[in-house]
Design a binder for this molecule. Structure first.
Ligand code: HAM
Length: 417
């Protein structure tokens, strides 16, 4: 490990990468506001119970991946592994619990102690939205449509939207029974995790990625066949609304999602450009329990992984956004010129012109090397004669053409803005 390397599964976002990140964030703010969503910023850590209760103690995230610590006051706190539980903790102080609709989005780092790989990080970033308070299949469809709108805006195409229904709690016993009957004769040949899931939470088996297990899972009954007519109708309405909005989807009966709070609609978007980690975004409708509450908070939402969105843009050949380079480089010949340029640079920057210069005496050759390295659009060399005449040559660095300009703020602004 070199001393400049951050901990495994984390990365620095460098100045040359930041413009693409800002673009993804700005686009999210723009698109989500079209649908009436406002930004909510919650703490990076929450009481551990918020996630244990909210996501479910049997989920991989809660069982194996949380970064939990005790603070000096003896409280158990956890770095947020996802955004939904914290957002609902915040909204539980509003009338969302009484069925009043709240539309929020969030952007920020999440933390999961997973085995790092391409597209699988321990600190990663999500752009997410939650629509809390109301229950309606049309809302679920609108939420998915907004995600698709956002992906179009950030130039991501070629993804597949997988859709399924988890039904509601009262639908589950009959479906679980059918799954149990199906898996029982196969379970000995399945992986150890699946054997455990068979005992503790049979739905999780449907999530298994092991090739051997997949062969069995692919022939499992469709759990939705055992759901109530009401739940089937709910799902049908989601599908119809998506079709009406022209959104293509594939129904995937094995899609259960990794968190326990989901009911009714669940969805995941995958992209072939990602290789192993195929989900760029996922979400669904949920009923989330909070500590010290006996009533779940209802909502629908999704989160997209920013690292994965960037990987897909790269795979699609979308050019990254570039940092803004200086508009003008001021080169100084001598101490008087340097003092003049320092004062001029302050005025230019206040006028909104990105200006660069060396703040110490250097040879002209070395200063022009800096201008090239910084990719300045224009340069001006100022020495005694320029100071005397009040004029200098403005050089266009890309085609080397030159033009005489007066060294006043007004004239420079006219030339450069
Ligand atoms: P999730 O499927 O766990 O859902 O995560 C959403 C997205 O975050 C994934 O599709 C992926 O793009 C990204 N992601 C997850 N884990 C990692 C990781 N270790 N490294 C890089 N990217 C990752 C949720 O988090 C739910 N809270 C979504 C939701 C919102 N459901 C309802 N509302």
């Amino acid at each position: 490990m070199s001393k400049s390397t951050p901990p495994p599964g984390t990365s620095d976002i460098l100045p040359e990468e930041a413009p693409t990140w800002n673009f993804l964030e700005d686009s999210a703010k723009k698109i989500f506001s079209l649908y009436g969503y406002g930004e909510l910023r919650t703490p990076i850590f929450e009481y551990t119970e918020v996630f244990q209760r909210g996501l479910g103690n049997e989920t991989e995230v809660v069982k194996k991946e949380m970064y939990t610590f005790e603070d000096r006051g003896g409280r158990s706190l956890t770095l947020r592994p996802e955004g939904t539980a914290g957002v609902m903790r915040s909204l539980s102080g509003t009338d969302a619990l009484n069925g009043v609709e709240h539309r929020v989005f969030y952007i920020g780092p999440m933390f999961r102690g997973e085995r790092p790989a391409a597209g699988r990080r321990r600190q990663f970033h999500q752009i997410g939205v939650e629509n809390a308070g109301k229950v309606s299949p049309e809302l679920d469809a609108e939420c998915i449509a907004m995600l698709v709108h956002y992906l179009n805006e950030i130039k991501i195409s070629g993804f597949t939207l997988y859709l399924n229904t988890r039904g509601v709690a009262s639908d589950r016993p009959a479906a679980e029974e059918a799954l149990r009957t199906y898996f029982a004769p196969h379970i000995d040949s399945m992986c150890d995790d699946c054997k455990e899931r068979f005992q503790r939470n049979i739905w999780r088996i449907l999530d298994c990625k092991q090739e051997n297990c997949r062969k069995v899972i692919d022939n499992a009954p469709d759990a939705a066949d055992f759901f109530s007519q009401e739940s089937k109708d709910y799902f049908k309405k989601v599908c119809n609304a998506l079709t009406a909005m022209g959104i293509d989807y594939v129904i995937e009966p094995r899609l259960v999602r990794g968190l326990d709070y989901y009911v009714h609609t669940v969805f995941e978007l995958t992209h072939p450009g990602l290789g192993g980690q195929t989900a760029i975004a996922g979400g669904g409708r949920y009923e989330l329990m909070l500590p010290e509450s006996n009533k779940p908070i209802q909502g629908v939402g999704f989160a997209a992984g920013m690292e994965r969105l960037i990987m897909v843009r790269e795979a699609l050949g979308v050019p990254p956004l570039l940092p803004e380079h200086p508009k003008l480089f001021l080169a100084s010949m001598g101490d008087k010129a340097l003092a003049f340029n320092i004062a001029l640079s302050a005025k230019l920057r206040k006028a909104g012109i990105r200006t660069a210069l060396e703040l110490e005496s250097k040879s002209l050759k070395s200063q022009m090397r800096s201008a090239d390295r910084l990719k300045a659009a224009y340069s001006i060399v100022i020495g005694d004669s320029e100071l005397e005449s009040g004029k200098a040559m403005l050089k266009n660095m890309s085609d080397s053409t030159q033009k005489e300009v007066k060294l006043t703020l007004e004239d420079l602004k006219n030339e450069l803005c």
